[in-house]
Design a protein around this ligand. Structure first.
Ligand code: ZN
Length: 312
């Protein structure tokens, strides 16, 4: 069911991320998600517990194989990485529709740096983003149906290796605002790596409540290895991050307070990996920062062991 964001009084969310075959069942598409639709808890089909557990296991064993340590040990002292992520920005258009000013693009990069730098609140993840190119491509079909044309559009446009963020804007939709791949999938599917967001969600865009660039912050969180804070609801392992309390489902709008699971801690309604309105999104946790740096070392750092051992 779809309904326009302008009509919706609450932001409800349904994910339908699917993983490649190596991490679960039948592959259908890259990870993706919905925001702004009606509440249908039974309809939620995000990654699924088995896929999340498999991806967490894969990260753990990859870190052990490569570095001989677990996530917490990896992230201590001189090995704690500061990451600068090069961004290749792809603006897909249909004639005049979808065009973005250089100011919008710059403001989106600034919003990323502000969020990941802890300047909206929460932890500084140590991740910064640097715009290296902006390219406009006029293609009506890609613009109107980026999910359907995901493979050819990425094949034609994406550049760089596992550590380059290819960010695409198009008319993703009214309740699906963006979709992303996970770093765990790069090895199997390098050609699909990247993040696609609706062009109306950039800072100053026309999507009410989703016009501060937080959709990109959220999707890039997946690209860096984070799950939703409501992943698996109140059930183990949740999102696999120790300091994001369990929550039964996505936050709607911007609840004042919520405590939907018996486990300790209030729901992380202000977390970037929840589904609140852009104004509501304020923070990553230190544990999410650690997860990002570990996933980067495991999947996105091209030179692997040597550069980490020598990192300062
Ligand atoms: Zn998401």
């Amino acid at each position: 069911m779809r309904r326009g964001l302008a009509m919706s009084l609450c932001a409800l969310s349904v994910t339908f991320c699917t993983a490649p075959a190596s991490f679960g069942d039948e592959p259908r598409a890259a990870g993706c998600e919905r925001r702004g639709g009606p509440s249908q808890p039974g309809d939620r089909s995000d990654l699924g517990r088995a896929q999340v557990v498999a991806m967490l296991d894969d990260l753990r064993t990859t870190l052990l194989d490569r570095y001989g340590v677990d996530e917490r040990e990896f992230d201590t002292g001189r090995r704690r990485a500061r990451l600068v992520v090069p961004v290749r920005f792809h603006v897909i258009t249909d004639g005049r529709a979808g065009r973005l000013s250089s100011t919008s693009v710059r403001r989106q990069i600034a919003a990323l740096n502000s969020a990941y730098g802890g300047r909206r609140g929460g932890a500084n993840t140590g991740v910064r983003f640097r715009l290296v190119s902006t390219k406009a491509t006029n293609n009506r079909a890609w613009f109107r149906q980026p999910e359907r044309h995901e493979r050819p559009l990425k094949k034609a446009l994406r550049r760089g290796g596992p550590g380059t963020l290819n960010l695409f804007t198009a008319a993703v939709g009214a309740d699906v605002l963006g979709f992303s791949t996970f770093p765990h999938w790069y090895r199997e599917n390098p050609g699909l790596d990247g993040v696609v967001v609706d062009y109306r969600t950039l800072p100053g865009g026309s999507y009410r409540h989703y016009d501060k660039g937080m959709t990109t912050v959220h999707e890039v969180g997946h690209w860096l290895g984070l799950f939703h804070t409501f992943e698996n609801g109140c059930l183990e392992p949740g999102d696999g991050v120790a300091d994001t309390p369990y929550e039964a489902g996505p936050a709607e709008g911007c609840p004042w307070i919520r405590d939907s699971c018996a486990q300790r801690g209030l729901d992380p309604v202000h977390n970037f990996m929840n589904y609140g309105w852009d104004d509501c999104m304020r923070e990553f946790t230190p544990g999410q920062g650690r997860r990002i740096r570990a996933a980067w070392a495991a999947y996105r750092r091209p030179s692997g062991v040597r550069s980490v051992a020598g990192a300062r």
